[in-house]
Write a protein that binds this ligand. Structure first.
Ligand SMILES: [Zn+2]
Length: 255
């Protein structure tokens, strides 16, 4: 029933995965990210192997489908070996379902170059792509991101720009991409999500609710709780399901 379109569940324990199944989750999207800047590019190579080769099996045992993303998060650009990492990306992207998590954190020249390379790879290998936006300086970074997207020829319906904020929702909608609506402490609350959907009904076609659940505080059931809140607030069931399932499936082509 539910699809969580942005998680880092590879660090979640087995009980959490069992809980997801019990509560009606049919698919989760797992994105590459580690909380330290890697010294060497091979750290990320092993992370990608973990995600692509091992993690889907753990979820399959419990009947949950996994969509795996690989990519270079702006906080994960390695100190050494970026060129080699970029060379090996093609192999892993080809084996993954999408590219992510990629994006801009402070908007440095290096970050823009890495993101542009990820966009080129997405186009070349025909993979969708999930873009992170930071908590700090979101407005400024969003402008930079818009420039990067405009200088790329990627189709906008192949892109999610994630972690939309309550205050900047109009700027997010103007991008013309799918919009990630992360319900998590420090990002959106369920009430803010409901208000956004009521004020901007176009989000029903563009929004993807997610938990960003991983090592930071987050409710693994945020997508389900959002659905229940939306329906209680009189958003019709088919609209609410687009936000918590159908838009995510449309984005990856998962059936
Ligand atoms: Zn994330």
């Amino acid at each position: 029933m539910f699809v969580d379109a942005h998680t880092h569940h590879f660090v979640s324990n087995y009980s959490t995965v069992e809980l997801l199944r019990k509560e009606g989750y049919t698919a989760v999207y797992i994105l590459a990210y580690i909380p330290v800047k890697p010294l060497y590019h091979t750290t990320l190579v092993d992370l990608f192997r973990w995600l692509v080769e091992v993690e889907p099996m753990r979820f399959k045992e419990l009947g949950i489908k996994v969509c795996v993303g690989v990519g270079i998060h702006p906080r994960n650009i390695p100190h050494f070996g970026l060129a080699q990492l970029l060379e090996s990306m093609e192999e892993f992207v080809a084996r993954a379902d999408f590219i992510g998590e990629v994006g801009l954190e402070v908007g440095s020249v290096e970050e823009v170059e890495v993101l542009s390379e990820m966009l080129r790879l997405a186009e070349r290998l025909d993979k969708p792509l999930i873009i992170h936006t930071p908590r700090r300086e979101k407005e400024l970074i969003l402008k930079k991101l818009r420039d990067v997207l405009e200088s790329s020829s990627i189709q906008l319906d192949r892109v999610v720009v994630d972690h939309a904020s309550y205050e900047l929702i109009e700027e997010f909608i103007e991008l013309g991409t799918f919009i990630g609506l992360t319900v998590q402490p420090g990002k959106l609350s369920v009430n803010q999500l409901i208000n956004l959907v009521v004020k901007h009904p176009e989000l029903i076609e563009l929004g993807m609710v997610n938990s960003d659940c991983g090592r930071d505080p987050s409710d693994p059931l945020a997508v389900k709780l959002s659905y229940e809140g939306l329906v209680k607030a009189d958003i019709n069931v088919s609209g609410a399901l687009k936000l918590v399932r159908d838009n995510a499936l449309r984005f990856t082509g998962l059936k």
